[in-house]
Design a binder for this molecule. Structure first.
Ligand code: NOJ
Length: 653
């Protein structure tokens, strides 16, 4: 590994940092005491000079009157192996330069700016060491800019809204960004590059949203605390990595895995973590057959749980989620979250009996904690609640944080504030201690910490299928691979085959529900409909849901455009089988897939495609299921109906 250090104090600096293949360039400058950076791909500008620095409460701004004390440069080459996910191996190859900066005048504070330049992106973070009279700081604002051309197109969801990340994507020019938006923020520059502005390794800090600042540059807007500051931190402190993923096409962007490369490897043994497919006492509540709250239609009863365990066995599914089992979930539950008890069951639900039965049938129970954002209430029971589940042989928990704000220390805080971030982290770490995996709904967005905490198997964090019945259109899931899914897997609750239910009508075809198991990765993947729908009405379609893996060794993005369509192939982690999925928006389309990524040999192909007359509104059940033998010299010719899709299993014979 090549490394050099430069010890000459400099007041003016212009320095290029080139990615390993030389295509991405980050230009750092120190000029008139101020620092900035710019990014280029193939010498074409991606980010124009962008300012850096902080406002700190009770102190001078940090980022002015600077000189460079020294810099350090190194190269790093590594392949990371992840235990589960979309790709088993992730390249972590970069050129790193750390700039050690100091103020030229009192208070002479120091900090480091560390850049990593990859072939598919640029990341940097601020590192502030402890120093005399500067050991504890309150960040008033972070002034990091991402200065893209104002004519760029951006795909975004609004920040600081009551439904957190659960909004439909909008497409505007950057110039027209009227309000702060969440990251990952996907952008297409006028010179044709695709970027995603995001962050990695978000710990102990407010989550970064992005806004247009008065000089019309995109700038970090850190989610505030209720005291209007952004974070209270003890030094040493490092910010999350500020990350700009870069690609030449929208489809290339979808497999950018830099968030994982920028996180640390785990420090403890996680060999016990296993991905999971599960059904749930769940959708029956959404369509009004059962209720979360106790009463004559209560879903989480001992009898229902045992029936669903038997169904899971018959269906060949390994897990069962049970929601609404605990005391306190009654009346106006969004207001009543303070009453939720996480170790006391309703009188019609015998948790130990259910988990004993599940164990005897080899079914994993997925426990559920709906906190409704009442964090004080939840944290006061946290240790006991996780112990209770662990003692009852429960290794998976779905958590929920419904409600527009959290209640922390008696104050209303944003889910995505420093205190919210720290709460989610506390649950992940406690769960790891108890050998429990999490699927967090209403989560903090993914920033790759699953690399360090692989027991965090999934999150929601966007509109999922519970918004069907009017609030999402077929284009929604076609935005996700290019936006939300750049922050990691998602529990989209796929596999709802009762498409024309009068309470929740789906905006998809049947084949598309199967496609979701491939197009939307989740380490905990739910087959979300009721078991009788699978067994009585769609046993042939369910065969795909039963066999599709929840862990893949390789993902090949094949074709797509943001909000229009997405076609992907994934190789099973544990075999030579491949799974293909495709989805389209309201427009039908035909795609041709060359199978040249397969190994030599013959594959048995099971194809679940839209029929020629399928249509998400007119004929959602129109499906054509065919079987044939294929090899790597074949090309598949596939039709996707409006709001449709396809799912294909290629089993190596
Ligand atoms: C919203 C979650 O997304 C959903 O999955 C859950 O069932 C409800 N909250 C109740 O917790």
């Amino acid at each position: 590994m090549f490394k050099w250090a430069n010890f000459f104090v400099r007041e003016e600096v212009e320095r290029d940092i080139l990615s390993p293949n030389g295509q991405i360039k980050c230009h750092f400058s120190l000029n008139g005491g101020k620092i900035s950076y710019a990014v280029f791909k193939n010498d074409k500008p991606i980010l124009s000079p962008s300012k850096l620095g902080f406002l700190i409460c009770g102190e001078e701004p940090l980022g002015e009157n600077l000189k460079l004390i020294r810099s350090e440069h190194r190269k790093h080459t590594e392949d990371i192996e992840l235990p589960w996910g979309e790709d088993r191996y992730i390249p972590n190859n970069y050129t790193e330069t750390a700039f050690y900066l100091a103020e030229k005048r009192p208070p002479n504070r120091i900090f480091t700016l560390r850049f990593r330049v990859f072939d598919n992106g640029v990341a940097f973070r601020y590192e502030i060491p402890p120093q005399p009279k500067f050991s504890q700081i309150t960040i008033k604002d972070e002034l990091t800019e991402f200065n893209v051309d104002l004519n760029s197109i951006a795909w975004h969801i609004p920040a600081y809204q009551p439904d957190r990340y659960e909004y439909n994507y909008e497409k505007t020019t950057v110039y027209d960004l009227a309000h702060p938006v969440h990251t990952p923020l996907t952008v297409r520059t006028p010179n044709g590059y695709y970027l995603s502005i995001h962050e990695a390794a978000l710990y102990n800090y407010g989550s970064m949203t992005i806004k247009l600042n008065p000089r019309q540059a995109l700038q970090s807007d850190i989610t505030p605390l209720s005291d209007f500051t952004k974070a209270h931190v003890l030094l040493p402190f490092q910010t999350p990595w500020r990350l700009i993923m870069v690609a030449s096409s929208a489809i290339e962007l979808t497999t950018n895995r830099l968030i994982y490369a920028l996180n640390d490897p785990p420090e403890q043994d996680f060999s016990w973590v296993k991905t999971l497919k599960f059904i749930g006492i769940w959708w029956a509540m959404y369509v009004g057959e059962w209720t979360w709250a106790p009463g004559e239609r209560h879903g989480a009863t001992t009898d229902h749980a045992k029936e669903y365990i038997d169904a899971a066995v018959r269906l060949g599914i390994s897990g069962l989620l049970i929601e609404g089992w605990n005391e306190g979930w009654e009346g106006n539950w969004l207001e009543n979250g303070i009453h939720n008890k996480f170790t006391i069951t309703t009188s019609d639900f015998d948790l130990p009996a259910v988990t004993r039965y599940a164990k005897s049938k080899n079914i994993e129970i997925v426990g559920h904690h709906e906190t409704v954002g009442f964090i004080d209430n939840y944290e006061s029971q946290l240790e006991a609640a996780y112990n209770y589940y662990a003692a009852n042989n429960i290794h998976y928990i779905k958590t929920g944080y419904a409600g527009s704000m959290m209640l922390i220390n008696g104050r209303r805080e944003y889910h995505h504030s420093q205190l919210g971030v720290n709460h989610y982290q506390k649950t992940v770490e406690l769960a790891a201690k108890k050998h429990i995996c999490l699927d967090i709904h209403e989560p903090i967005k993914g920033t790759g910490i699953e690399r360090t905490w692989p027991n965090l198997l999934s999150r929601e964090g966007a509109r999922g299928q519970e918004y069907e019945g009017g609030a999402i259109s077929p284009s929604h899931a076609c935005f996700l691979p290019y936006t939300r899914l750049l922050s990691g897997g998602m529990d989209y609750t796929p596999g709802i085959l009762d498409l024309t239910n009068s309470v929740k009508r789906m905006s998809t075809t049947l084949a598309r529900q199967l496609a979701y198991f491939v197009t939307i990765y989740s380490g905990m993947q739910m087959a979300a409909d009721r078991p009788y729908i699978y067994e009585d009405r769609f046993p042939k379609e369910f065969e795909f849901i039963r066999t599709v893996p929840t862990n893949f060794s390789k993902t090949l993005p094949l074709a797509g455009e943001i909000g229009e369509y997405y076609i992907v192939a994934r190789r099973d982690h544990d075999s030579r089988d491949w799974y293909l999925g495709g989805i389209t928006n309201e427009s039908s389309r035909r795609v041709y897939i060359r199978l040249d990524f397969l190994d030599d040999g013959v594959y048995a192909a099971d194809l679940y495609c839209d029929s020629d007359d399928a249509h998400y509104r007119e004929n959602p059940f129109g499906i054509s299921i065919t079987h044939k033998k294929v090899g790597r010299s074949d090309t598949l010719d596939l039709y996707l109906a409006p709001g449709g899709g396809f799912a294909i299993r290629l089993q190596r014979l």
